[in-house]
Design a protein around this ligand. Structure first.
Ligand code: FES
Length: 173
C-alpha cells in the first residue's frame, strides 16, 4: 500500500459534492455493502477530482464500512487520489520494461527536484507525481506522462529537464 498523508482539508463545496456523490451511488444501488467501496470512491473522485478524508468518513457512516477499510482501498490504487492533484500530473511508469530501464532512478530525481514523494502534490499546487503500471509505450522505456504527453527514452537528466521546462513555462505566464 502506498502511503498518502492527509495534507489538505476539503472545502465546503467539495464536501457537499462528495456527500451528494455518495448519496447518489447508494440510492442507485438501493443498498449498502463492502462491494460498493470502489464505486463510491470513483464517484467522489469524479465529483471532486480527489477523495477527501471527510468524504471517506461520510462513506463509512453511510455505507457501514470501517473508515480504515475505505482508506485502505483508496490508497491502494494509484488511479485514486487522497490528495488534491496539481496542475500538472506526472505519471512515472514502473512496469517491467521501464523498471529495467531505470524508472526508480527517474522517480528519485523527480522527487528530489520537486521536493515531494510519489502520490504527493507540491505546495504551490503545480505538480503531482504518481507511479503507474505500463503506459503502453514500452518501446520508449523508461517513460512517463506529463499530463497527456508521453516522454520516453528518459534519462535522469532529461526527466529533470522536462519538469524544469514545464515549471519555467508556467512561471513565465
Ligand atoms: S513498461 Fe513502461 S510503458 Fe510499458
Amino acid at each position: 500500500m502506498k502511503f498518502q498523508p492527509f495534507l489538505e482539508k476539503a472545502t465546503d463545496e467539495e464536501t457537499a459534492q462528495a456527500r451528494a456523490a455518495v448519496d447518489e451511488v447508494l440510492s442507485a444501488y438501493g443498498r449498502i455493502g463492502r462491494d460498493l467501496i470502489l464505486p463510491l470512491l470513483h464517484a467522489v473522485q469524479d465529483a471532486c477530482g480527489w477523495i477527501p478524508e471527510e468524504a471517506m468518513k461520510y462513506m463509512s457512516e453511510r455505507n457501514k464500512v470501517p473508515f480504515s477499510d475505505i482508506y485502505g482501498v483508496a490508497t491502494f490504487y494509484e488511479l485514486l487520489s487522497t490528495n488534491r492533484e496539481g496542475k500538472h500530473f506526472i505519471r512515472v511508469c514502473d512496469d517491467v520494461s521501464c523498471f529495467l530501464g531505470g524508472s526508480s532512478d527517474i522517480l528519485a530525481v523527480l522527487e528530489e527536484e520537486l521536493g515531494i514523494k510519489r502520490g504527493e502534490t507540491t505546495k504551490d499546487g503545480m505538480f503531482t507525481i504518481k507511479v503507474m503500471p505500463c503506459l503502453g509505450v514500452c518501446e520508449k522505456a523508461p517513460a512517463m506522462l506529463i499530463d497527456q504527453e508521453v516522454h520516453g527514452n528518459l534519462t535522469c537528466e532529461t526527466a529533470r529537464e522536462w519538469v524544469r521546462r514545464m515549471w519555467y513555462a508556467d512561471s513565465a505566464q
